[in-house]
Design a protein around this ligand. Structure first.
Ligand code: ATP
Ligand code: MG
Length: 394
C-alpha cells in the first residue's frame, strides 16, 4: 500500500495500474496528513507530477524527522538538476520521470527496503535504555532487603538473560560490599564530582565486576557522603545504568526519602518486602497505602514475605488479611542464609537448589520474562501530585 498525493481525476487510474490497485489517492496536504495518521504502518508517499516542488519538499522535510521510516518519491515531467538537488536535500528519496512506470516501481521497491531497515533500527534503538530496573524495598530495618537484593541480582545473572548491575542505595549503611565480599575500591561517591555531566565512562569507572554478568555499584564508605548523593544524581546514575545493563537491581534503606522516591519513579518493579512481626507489618501497611496514595501502579508491586515459616504467632494469611493483597513470594527462613552472607556469596549462587534459592530464582525468572516495560496505562502521576500527596512517614 502507498499513498499518492496528486490530481485525483488525472492520476488515479495510472497509479492504480502501475501499483496494482494498492493505492490511496489524496489531493490535499490535509488529507495526506489524515491518511498518514490513520496508517501508522504506511512507509511510502508518492507525490504526483503536478504538485509544486516546494510543497513536496515540505512534506519530505516534515516527515523526515517525525517519521523517518516514511519514504517520499517525487514524480516530475522534466527532471532538472537544480530541482532534483533541492528535492533530495529536503529528504525526498527519489525523483522519477512521471511517464516511466518501470522506474517508479523500482524506486518504490528500493524505498520500501530502506524503510524496513529503518524500522528495524528504530525498534532496536527503542530497546536500548530499557534495562529492567528492580527496586527492593522494605520500610523496616533488617527485614531482608540486602539478602534479597544480592540473591536476586545473582539469580538474574545466573539465568543468562543479560547483564546485571546491583546498586547499593542504602547510602549511609550500605552492606552490599560485605554481603558480596567486594573490596570497596570504587563507590557511588566517585560520582559526586561528575554530577550533571555523568556519562557511561563515568559509570563504568564506578562499578566493580563480581562475575561475568554481574557488576555492583557500592554505597559510600563514608556515611557523610550520603547527603550529597541527591535524587538528581540518583536519576543520572540509574538512567545510565538502565542503558548499559539488562537489569538494574537496587538495594535501598528502610526509609522513604527523596532518593528512594526517585527509585520508585524509575523502577519497573517494586519488590516490597515484609517479615512476620507486628512492627514490620505496621510499616508494610503504611508503605502500601503510601504507594497507592502516590499513584505507584500496583502492576509493579511484588509482595514478598521473608521468613514466612517462622513460628512467631503471626501467619502469612494474617498478613494477607491486613494488607488485602496476596503474597506473591514466600521466602523460607534458614540458617544457610546468614551463613552465605558471612561467606560473602549469595545462596542462589552456591546452592541454587536450596528452598530459599528456588523462590528467589522464580522471582528472577518472572522479571526475566517481563521483558517489556510497564504498559502505557501503567503511568505515574506528575511529580507535583506526588509531592502534594506525600505526607506519611514510615
Ligand atoms: N530468609 C532468611 N533466613 C534467615 N535469615 C535471614 C533471612 N533473610 C534475612 N536474614 C538475616 O536477617 C538479617 C538482616 O537481613 P538484611 O541485612 O538482608 O536486612 P535489610 O533489610 O537489608 O536490613 P537494613 O534495613 O539494615 O539494610 C541478616 O543477618 C540476614 O542474614
Ligand atoms: Mg540492607
Amino acid at each position: 500500500m502507498s499513498i499518492v498525493l496528486g490530481d485525483l481525476n488525472r492520476d488515479v487510474e495510472r497509479f492504480r495500474l502501475t501499483l496494482a490497485d494498492d493505492v490511496v489517492m489524496v489531493e490535499t496536504l490535509q488529507s495526506l496528513t489524515g491518511a498518514l495518521d490513520e496508517r501508522p504502518d504506511e512507509d511510502l508517499v508518492i507525490i504526483g507530477p503536478d504538485v509544486q516542488l516546494d510543497v513536496a519538499s515540505d512534506v519530505a522535510e516534515r516527515y523526515r524527522l517525525e517519521r523517518p521510516s516514511l519514504g517520499v518519491i517525487l514524480l516530475r515531467r522534466r527532471i532538472e538538476v537544480q530541482s532534483m538537488a533541492e528535492a533530495l536535500r529536503s529528504g525526498i528519496r527519489e525523483v522519477v520521470p512521471a511517464d516511466d512506470a518501470e522506474a517508479l516501481l523500482q524506486a518504490c521497491t528500493r524505498s520500501l527496503a530502506v524503510s524496513r531497515q529503518l524500522r528495524h533500527l528504530e525498534a532496536r534503538s527503542g530497546d536500548a535504555g530499557h534495562g529492567r530496573v528492580v527496586l527492593v524495598f522494605g520500610a523496616k530495618g533488617g527485614c531482608g532487603k540486602t539478602t534479597l537484593a544480592t540473591n536476586l541480582a545473582a539469580g538474574l545473572a545466573s539465568l543468562d538473560s543479560g547483564r546485571v548491575c546491583l546498586v547499593d542505595l542504602n547510602l549511609e549503611f550500605g552492606d552490599v560490599a560485605i554481603a558480596m565480599q567486594v573490596e570497596p575500591t570504587r563507590t557511588i561517591s566517585d560520582a559526586l564530582g561528575m554530577q550533571g555531566g555523568l556519562d557511561r565512562d563515568g559509570v563504568r569507572s564506578m562499578v566493580i565486576p563480581v562475575s561475568d554478568r554481574l557488576d555492583v555499584m557500592l554505597a559510600p564508605t563514608q556515611p557523610a557522603d550520603a547527603e550529597f548523593v541527591t535524587a538528581g544524581l540518583i536519576d543520572e546514575v540509574l538512567s545510565l545504568l538502565a542503558e548499559m545493563y539488562d537489569y538494574v537491581v537496587i538495594d535501598s534503606p528502610p526509609a522513604f526519602n527523596d532518593g528512594v522516591l526517585k527509585c520508585f519513579d524509575m523502577a519497573d518493579t517494586y519488590v516490597l518486602l515484609t517479615a512476620l512481626d507486628m512492627l514490620a507489618l505496621k510499616n508494610f501497611k503504611v508503605t502500601l497505602d503510601t504507594l497507592d496514595a502516590l499513584g505507584y501502579p500496583r502492576a509493579r508491586w511484588r509482595v514478598v514475605l521473608n521468613r514466612y515459616d517462622s513460628h512467631v504467632g503471626l501467619t502469612a494469611e494474617d498478613i494477607e488479611h491486613v494488607i488485602g493483597l496476596p503474597i506473591q513470594v514466600r521466602l523460607p527462613s534458614s540458617k544457610d542464609v546468614p551463613a552465605s552472607i558471612n561467606k560473602g556469596r549469595p545462596l542462589v549462587q552456591d546452592n541454587p537448589k536450596h528452598p530459599f534459592s528456588r523462590e528467589v530464582l522464580a522471582l528472577a525468572q518472572t522479571e526475566a520474562t517481563m521483558s517489556d516495560r510497564a504498559s502505557a496505562a501503567d503511568t505515574l502521576p506528575s511529580a507535583r501530585r506526588r509531592h502534594r500527596l506525600f505526607s506519611p512517614r514510615v
